[in-house]
Design a protein. Structure first.
Ligand code: DON
Length: 304
């Protein structure tokens, strides 16, 4: 299949669709991104690369980074992670407070903000130098030592992160945050500020399509069983209250971020990343969702 040609045809067909999305501006620094960027990159487990558009420009990966922090905690730290969060889809927005009160400070899953904050609490309590350790982990996954946090984005979010502070305080009141709140939130905001290109994202997620092994280095990151479970979590929880739509229309485990990125994997085959900054009302890339829907429809390369 000529995937590059398919990418270009889908991109052209989407030009007729008005991009009804809006760039995230609740983190002021994210509003500075040019909304018309579009990039896609696919890498197969046997090392073939296909790209289109702005696939080498780095952007703020935001919630996509929650997969990295979760995998780190799940693979490296002997913790009681499943006593501190659940594995159920939330069916609510990524930063919702409502359910957390009913659930006594136990987040529904590791990919909503509350769950990712608990993962940061676990990492902050266990790692010698959490920010450096997470950055090295991500650099190793894609084999690029220049990947870094954007301090301006982290700072911008810290100044305006009132809902996230509400979440962490509520969980602290229930005893589900063990470390100092400011240390945990500093780690969380930095995690979300990581910048990567579509190519780097696809490369770094490829181990999830390859039984937990990074193909280029041969390193086993997760056991096959935990890899399967991580993909199951991405399938059911990776798109918040749009996880059903993504499964219905695209049919791949994946994760989105409010920077406009989406990464998805087809186990045994490939990882794909799309970037288009305008978001739909659920906080997922408007064109990215349409593009992936069309891609798996045309190629039949989905899990269903
Ligand atoms: O905490 C936040 O609100 C952002 N740093 C991340 C949210 C996000 O990316 C949700 N994804 N669609």
């Amino acid at each position: 299949m000529d995937l590059k040609k398919i990418f270009s045809e889908i991109y052209d067909s989407l030009n007729d669709v008005e991009d009804a999305g809006k760039v995230a501006d609740y983190i002021p620094e994210l509003a500075n991104v040019s909304p018309d960027h579009f990039g896609v990159h696919l890498v197969t487990v046997d090392g073939q690369h296909y790209d289109f558009g702005d696939s080498d420009i780095r952007f703020s990966i935001q919630s996509i980074a929650k997969v990295f922090s979760f995998v780190m905690a799940y693979s490296q730290i002997k913790s009681t992670i499943w006593e501190r969060m659940d594995v159920e889809p939330a069916g609510t927005p990524f930063n919702s407070l409502v359910q957390l009160e009913y659930d006594k400070g136990i987040p529904r899953n590791p990919f909503i903000n509350a769950g990712a904050i608990v993962v940061c609490d676990i990492l902050a309590g266990e790692l010698a130098s959490p920010k450096d350790n997470i950055r090295s982990f991500v650099r190793d996954l894609c084999g690029n030592r220049t990947i870094d946090y954007n301090p301006l984005v982290a700072h911008s979010e810290k100044k305006t992160g009132f809902r996230n502070y509400a979440l962490v305080n509520l969980m602290k009141s229930f005893g589900n945050i063990h470390n100092d709140i400011d240390a945990v939130m500093d780690l969380y905001f930095h995690l979300c500020s990581l910048e990567m290109s579509c190519r780097e994202l696809s490369d770094s997620f490829l181990f999830l399509a390859n039984n937990g092994i990074v193909p280029y280095s041969g390193k086993q990151i997760l056991s096959p069983s935990r890899t399967k479970r991580t993909n199951a979590l991405m399938q059911t929880c990776g798109f918040y209250d749009e996880a059903g739509q993504f499964a219905f229309k695209v049919g791949l485990p994946g994760k989105s971020g409010v920077g406009g990125g989406i990464v998805a994997v087809l186990p045994g085959k490939y990882a794909i990343s799309v970037w288009s900054p305008r978001l739909n009302p659920k906080g997922n890339s408007f064109k990215g969702m349409l593009f992936l829907e069309e891609f798996t429809t045309r190629t039949h390369l989905s899990i269903f």
